[in-house]
Design a protein around this ligand. Sequence first.
Ligand code: PMP
Length: 290
Amino acid sequence: MKIYIDGTYYDKENAKISVFDHGLLYGDGVFEGIRAYNGRVFLLKEHLERLYDSAKAIMLTIPMSFDDLQKVVLETCRLSEIRNGYIRLVVTRGVGNLGLSPDKCPKPTIFCIADTIQLYPPEYYEKGLRINTSPTQRIPQGALSSSIKSLNYLNNILAKIEGNLYGAQESIMLNHEGYVAECTGDNIFVLKKGIITTPPIWAGALAGVTRRVIIDIGRLAGREIRVDMLTRYDLFVADEIFLTGTGAEVVAAVEVDGRVIGNGKPGPITLDFISRYRDLTQMSGVAIYT
Ligand code: PMP
């Protein structure tokens, strides 16, 4: 495995970042989680676009062009001999002093790791997940936009810990008004009487790359997909619920806060999305080995 840091590819043991890096000291930075399938990087352009947008929003200028950063991702995969795997691309504010001001960070740090990942076990896809609602609210948009995929994940991590405490496999995060935003690392979709609904970004969700693809796949297949506010009640009485994310792909949720969803098994529409999404991952993407 070779890890890219600021222009050099290092062995895993030597891939190190300064303790003065503000990504570590303050969570000051942005990142992407990207997948490779079948020797191709899936939705690379979409992930890079979101990375540049996140960086722009926090006034961090990525010191590399879009094309060069794309080359870094592909080269990291090649040097790590990845055909199927998970790519972590991170841009931090860079090395500074102990003060929080970014003025003292002259150069952002860029690093990229390509590794194989431990997926959710197959039984999660066959049986579906039990999920709960986290007592920790989503950070309001006026405090930090949920569209920024930043290194500040404490809000999500607290919700994840609480989910784990209750034995749930994912946690739903509500916004400060009590509407469903998303899960800790996944977007959420609800099916009721043939209509599929996912919360708007401004409810507190990340603009998930998988969410976008699922909306497109669904509409192409003639399904009605709405972007609208959801409450916990809407989840409790749903016919089907599924979560989407780069890591999780598409996975059913079959129990929410003790309420069984549908018949307690992944529903037919969820299963259809799982298979359509998997087909797409196998067919498209930017070739790593040319
Ligand atoms: N919400 C959050 C909070 C996330 O961290 C992620 C990514 N892991 C998602 C949703 C799903 O986004 P994507 O489909 O782009 O991976």
